[in-house]
Design a protein around this ligand. Structure first.
Ligand code: FE2
Length: 377
């Protein structure tokens, strides 16, 4: 007999006009895709997957797809000036362009979302090669960011039609235990959060599952507000941040200024062993935000018993928070480009489905110390 939970999921899916199977890939527009792909392979443990460029018939760009478990990243660069990819990089620097979502039916996804007010980025497009077929469509979201809907039921190629398998003969560092995208956060402008909450509710059928206001998220200097949007089955979660008034410039304002508009602030990557993952990432040169070691003095009083030893958490700067359902461990990288814009979160969930509210203050104070060093506070 079907379990209660399974029946609930089935019912929700039946009512869901946009059933999503999860994140298909994240595509970054960057100044130098060849070097970016090398950095993510070497530092984060991704493996070479596929390449598209002039050699495969793509005349205006070069794209490198890399993979680690269920995580697929694509780095795309323009080969000439005067096109949307070059313009995107000129304006925003390196950043997330596409948050691609896996669907059963990309045509229906496009029809349902554009019917509800979504602005079309790409009409359903059928692409084929000898290994099968992919249907793709897409709509715009905040800033210049885009959601593509990817239907790849019977496709057996390395990544997408137009790409060829990319093999690198040199030693590729092993993976670091990163598994899949846990959530992607968008930074939007002043008073724009509710507009985008409404967009995710009405156009994509998401629900607002958590809200943080400036009382939850404020330090002495800066504040922000955040609402977490989730799709029906909970596989896709998009928190939306907007700046709030504070004594000094908030991290969201700094982002908006340097990204020159709204965009993806961070992508959270899941692991089943955060201590091993972060040890390896640090060893390979990934920089993380550091909270003061006093954070750990009363940690166990705040979060109760945890499976992990305190010493490695303290040494690595991993944060812990608990909610009604369990706890989570998390840590944030510094921005991964010279502009203070996109960064990554590494997260291990042990029952908790929340986002580490208990860590916001310590975390934002750590971010402010970095902002201060940049002269942007
Ligand atoms: Fe996050």
């Amino acid at each position: 007999m079907e379990s209660l939970a399974a029946s609930k999921v089935r019912q929700q899916t039946a009512e869901d006009f946009l059933p999503l199977q999860g994140t298909d890939y994240v595509e970054f527009y960057v100044g130098n895709a060849k070097q970016a792909a090398h950095f993510y392979k070497t530092a984060f443990g991704f493996q070479s997957l596929a390449y598209a460029g002039p050699e495969t018939g793509m005349k205006d760009r070069a794209s490198y797809a890399i993979r680690q478990n269920k995580l697929t990243f694509v780095f795309t660069t323009a080969l000439r000036t005067g096109n949307p990819i070059a313009d995107h990089v000129y304006k925003h620097g390196d950043g997330v362009k596409i948050l691609a979502l896996r669907v059963d039916d990309a045509t229906s996804a496009w029809e349902e979302t554009t019917k509800r007010g979504g602005q079309s980025y790409m009409q359903p497009l059928k692409m084929e090669d000898a290994t099968g077929q992919v249907v793709m469509s897409g709509i715009h979201t905040y800033g210049d960011t885009v959601h593509l809907f990817i239907e790849r039921k019977d496709y057996n190629g390395p990544f997408l039609p137009g790409y060829k398998k990319w093999e690198t003969p040199y030693y590729n560092p092993t993976d670091t235990g990163l598994l899949y995208v846990d959530h992607c956060v968008g930074n939007v402008g002043w008073n724009q959060m509710n507009k985008w909450v409404k967009f995710y509710e009405e156009v994509l059928g998401f629900r607002n599952i958590l809200t943080f206001d400036d009382n939850d998220i404020s330090t002495e200097y800066s504040a922000l507000m955040s609402k977490v949007m989730s799709n029906g089955n909970g596989f896709v979660k998009f928190p939306i941040n907007e700046p709030a008034e504070g004594k000094k410039k908030s991290q969201v304002e700094e982002y908006l200024e340097f990204y020159d508009g709204e965009g993806c602030q961070h992508v959270a990557l899941a692991t089943n062993n955060i201590v091993e993952t972060v040890t390896e990432l640090r060893r390979r040169g990934v920089d993380f935000l550091q909270v003061p070691t006093t954070y750990y003095d009363d940690l166990l009083d705040r979060v109760g018993q945890i499976d992990e030893d305190l010493a490695p958490l303290k040494e690595l700067g991993i944060l812990v928070d608990r909610d009604e359902e369990g706890y989570l461990l998390q840590i944030f990288t510094k921005p991964v480009e010279d502009r203070p814009t996109l960064f990554f979160e590494i997260i291990q969930r042990k029952g908790a489905r929340s986002f580490g509210k208990g860590n916001f203050k310590a975390l934002f104070e750590a971010i402010e110390r970095e902002q201060e060093l940049r002269g942007n506070l």
